[in-house]
Design a protein around this ligand. Structure first.
Ligand code: ADP
Ligand code: MG
Length: 803
């Protein structure tokens, strides 16, 4: 029912009232007490009763001099406590002091301020439904009277197991508005006056407790099963004059008689004193009506403030000291307020009924607790499984959509492609499912290769990785000469992408396999040929009069789109204006645009002069060279494969019209890659990430491989010359690796770049193999990635295919 403890000391405020007319008129000294600052009150007549051990300075949470208004007392002292009632926390504000010190003056104003603020709060929180109930009682001679009833009978106290001590049959009025409050307060005042014989006579002997009970529930849960209510009360307590307690204490003999003794005030003093010493032993709350009713406010579930009012008159100095002593005890008392959450009757009833039903069934069919437990466990497991499967389904759906959009792009490319027809059979039909052959190459290589880096001796192995690779390339060449009926392909439904790839008659399925990232690229290369339909069909792609590559098959273009990883990236995370390929379509448009521009400049118009054309070509050359340098630097910063750099550098030298397009594409790709790297780890494909670190690792692997070829490709004399050229000691340790580490390491040094391309070119036998790869390289955009010990997939991840 209750939650959240909040342990805090009772807030004690001291208020010194200004001298009243009577005191001024009688010239009574009223300057003995002075508020030194916000927290200390000082007795200035030090000489007074020197022998006594009364201190002359007292500190409290706050002290207020005669010039302070009640508003001030309320605002920076009691407001916070009074308002906690709207949040379900009980609270109480007492006024303690001798008669005529200003208790009623202070407390009545504070009551009004607090109720006004409570109303305000309610108006500002329309999302909650509030109810505020008002009740008022008086304790006079240990009899409790209802101040809202004219019936003079006294009320009884009852101990409720849930609510504690309650005043039976006390009238509770639901507060409607401000006027209603004012009416009720005047009713109370009138009731208090009844029976008063002299001014202040009755009020000085009685305690008045005004109580507001505030309940609230969130409107959206009203009448719902799970609705809960916050419920708390705020008490405004105007105590009897404290001289009554002093009298009682000084006149012990009269205690038994009880007629003039204020038992409630006396007990209050005792309770506070005991509580201030740390609640050891029995606390006699039950000794008086007041302490019974207010037990929660005194060290229990409530936030409590006590305002001790003082008279400035010298004649009252002893009573004032007594009040201050009471205040000193009170400030040591700790309360533990809680937020009171009450379940609605309906909710409580339902909960009890459920519990009853459960117990009944349990009684009738006593099941072993273990099996119940197992059942719950199984359900939980199943739920987890379902969640997992749903997640997987979502991923698959995403992949399917991606593949579908790729297919659409391919279709568009094929349509473009159809515009041009040419069958030059000597081209290499490179297709993206290169992963298939790559895997097999890598596996063969890894199987025969030991990782240790013996610089002086090549590991003894029968197969040279580059040879293996080249054989693989040839193998593809042969297989790829058998091409697909592109009409079939055009008609290929998107569902083929995720459909069964066993359908050997549809070449597309084979190719599209690699798009489905779930598929492990383990198909042996031999299968490629058998899976691909035997039909010769070669084409060129022609854009606006510009031929891209001498002879490029449709498959090239397909794979260049279908396989590219950048397209995937850019579809997902388009960059800004520069270096951004937002979609394959944009890219193709870009190519067309470039081709158009190039066509205008280089092919030119017959009318334009030769000179203009020459200048144009010179400018273009300069631009080409600038872009090339930029690429070389980007290669370095993106850890691009050295073999890739070499091939690209040696293949695209600007002597071919199409080279500038390739250069543009490579530049864009690298800028894109760099941007991604600079953003930190980015997903590349299907949740697999490509990071700067992983590419660095892959590059390292490649360098290891290359270093092993150094001994094989170069004679001792050649090696010596190279070591010399790259400033490596001829007898230094691991000099082959040192050499390879130097290669492509300084993008600013163009002669080193040229040298590096030359060395790597020799290592991978570019002269024998490379030329033939130009179109494949340019349009299939697959880096020659044979020189790696990594699995081909991870290689492909770390060095994404061109564009
Ligand atoms: P108590 O309730 O403690 O017996 P009252 O509140 O009735 O005392 O105050 C006694 C008189 O002193 C009243 O006339 C009241 O207006 C006046 N009084 C009390 N405190 C102040 C104050 N801070 N400023 C001005 N007048 C005050
Ligand atoms: Mg009073």
């Amino acid at each position: 029912m209750e939650k959240t403890h909040m342990s805090e000391k009772i807030l004690v405020l001291v208020r010194l009232r200004p001298p009243n007319q009577k005191e001024i008129a009688s010239n009574e000294p009223t300057e003995d007490w002075e508020c030194l600052n916000d927290t200390t009150i000082l007795y200035r007549r030090n000489t007074f009763r020197q022998s006594s051990n009364f201190p002359s300075a007292y500190s409290f949470d706050r002290v207020y001099g005669g010039e302070c208004s009640t508003r001030q007392v309320y605002e920076n002292g009691t407001k916070d406590i009074a308002l906690s009632v709207v949040k379900g926390i009980n609270c109480s504000i007492f006024a303690y002091g001798q008669t005529s010190s200003g208790k009623t003056y202070t407390m009545s104003a504070i009551t009004e301020f607090a109720v006004a603020d409570i109303f305000n709060y309610i108006f500002q929180h329309e999302e909650r439904a509030f109810s505020v109930k008002f009740s008022a009682i008086e304790i006079y001679n240990e009899a409790i009277r209802d101040l809202l009833s004219s019936d003079g009978t006294s009320l009884r106290l009852r101990d409720d197991p849930e609510k504690g001590t309650v005043v039976e049959k006390a009238t509770e009025e639901t507060l409607r508005d401000w006027n209603h409050l004012k009416d009720l307060l005047s009713v109370c005042e009138a009731q208090r006056k009844i029976g008063e014989t002299s001014l202040n006579e009755r009020s000085s002997r009685s305690h008045q407790i005004i109580r507001l009970t505030v309940e609230s529930s969130a409107r959206e849960f009203l009448d719902k099963e799970n609705s809960t209510t916050l419920m708390a009360s705020v008490n405004f307590i105007d105590l009897a004059g404290s001289e009554r307690a002093s009298q009682a204490m000084s006149a012990g003999a009269r205690l038994k008689e009880g007629c003039h003794i204020n038992r409630s005030l006396l007990t209050l003093g005792t309770v506070i004193r005991k509580l201030s010493k740390g609640r050891q032993g029995h606390i006699n709350f039950r000794d008086s009506k007041l302490t019974r009713i207010l037990q929660p406010c005194l060290g229990g579930n409530s936030r409590t403030a006590i305002i001790c009012t003082l008279s400035p008159a010298r004649s009252h100095v002893e009573l004032t000291r007594n009040t201050l002593l009471f205040a000193c005890c009170a400030k040591e008392v700790t309360t533990k307020a809680r937020i009171n959450v009450v379940m609605s009757d309906k909710a409580l009833l339902q909960q009890l009924q459920r519990e009853l039903a459960r117990l009944e069934t349990e009684l009738r069919t006593p099941a072993p607790p273990a099996s119940k437990c197992d059942c719950a466990m199984t359900v939980r497991k199943k739920n987890l499984q379902i969640q997992k499967m749903e997640k997987e389904m979502a991923e698959l759906r995403e992949e399917r959509d991606l593949a579908q959009s790729r297919l659409e792009d391919i279709m568009r490319m094929v349509e473009l492609d159809e515009a041009s027809k040419c069958g030059t059979p000597q081209h290499i039909d490179k297709w993206e499912d290169g992963s298939v052959s790559q895997t097999s190459i890598t596996r063969a290589y890894v199987g025969s290769h030991s990782e240790d880096d013996d610089d002086e001796e090549l590991p003894t192995r029968s197969e040279d990785p580059s040879e293996e690779y080249c054989r693989e390339v040839q193998c593809i060449e042969i297989e790829e000469s058998a091409t697909v009926n592109h009409k079939d392909e055009k008609r290929a439904e998107p569902k083929n992408i995720l459909g069964p790839s066993e359908d050997a008659s549809v070449g597309q399925n084979v190719r599209l396999r690699s798009w489905n990232r779930r598929e492990t690229a383990s198909t042996p290369p031999e299968n490629i040929g058998t899976e691909r339909p035997e039909e010769e069909s070669h084409k060129k792609i022609v854009f606006s009069g510009l031929e891209l590559g001498s002879s490029v098959s449709r498959n090239d273009s397909l794979s260049s789109c279908g396989s590219d990883s950048t397209a995937t990236q850019s579809i997902r995370t388009p960059l800004g204006e520069e270096g951004c390929i937002t979609s394959i379509r944009t890219f193709v448009d870009g190519l067309k645009e470039m081709a158009k521009r190039q066509g205008q400049v280089s092919i030119g118009d017959d009318d334009s002069g030769k000179m203009g054309r020459d200048i144009g070509l010179v400018i273009m050359d300069m631009e080409f060279e600038r872009q090339r340098r930029e690429i070389v630097e980007l290669w370095q910063s993106c850890n691009v494969s050295l073999v890739h750099r070499t091939y690209f550098y040696l293949l695209f030298k600007g002597d071919d019209e199409a080279d500038s397009i390739y250069i543009g594409v490579e530049l864009r790709r690298l800028l894109f890659m760099k941007a991604r790297f600079s953003q930190g780890n980015q997903t590349l494909e299907g949740g697999e990430t490509l990071t700067l670190a992983s590419s660095r690792k892959a590059l390292h692997g490649e360098r290891m491989m290359l270093s092993k070829l150094v001994g094989k490709r170069f004679s001792g004399e050649e090696r010596r010359r190279m070591y010399h050229k790259f400033g490596i000691g001829v007898n230094s340790k691991r000099r082959r690796l040192q050499l390879v580490n130097e290669l492509w390491s300084n993008p600013k040094d163009m002669s080193q770049v040229v040298e590096s391309a030359d060395v790597v070119g020799k290592l991978v036998r570019f002269a024998e193999q490379g030329r033939a790869m130009k179109e494949m390289f340019g349009l299939a955009f697959t880096p020659p990635s044979f020189l790696t010990a990594q699995r081909s997939r991870s290689w492909r991840k770390s060095i994404p295919t061109l564009f």
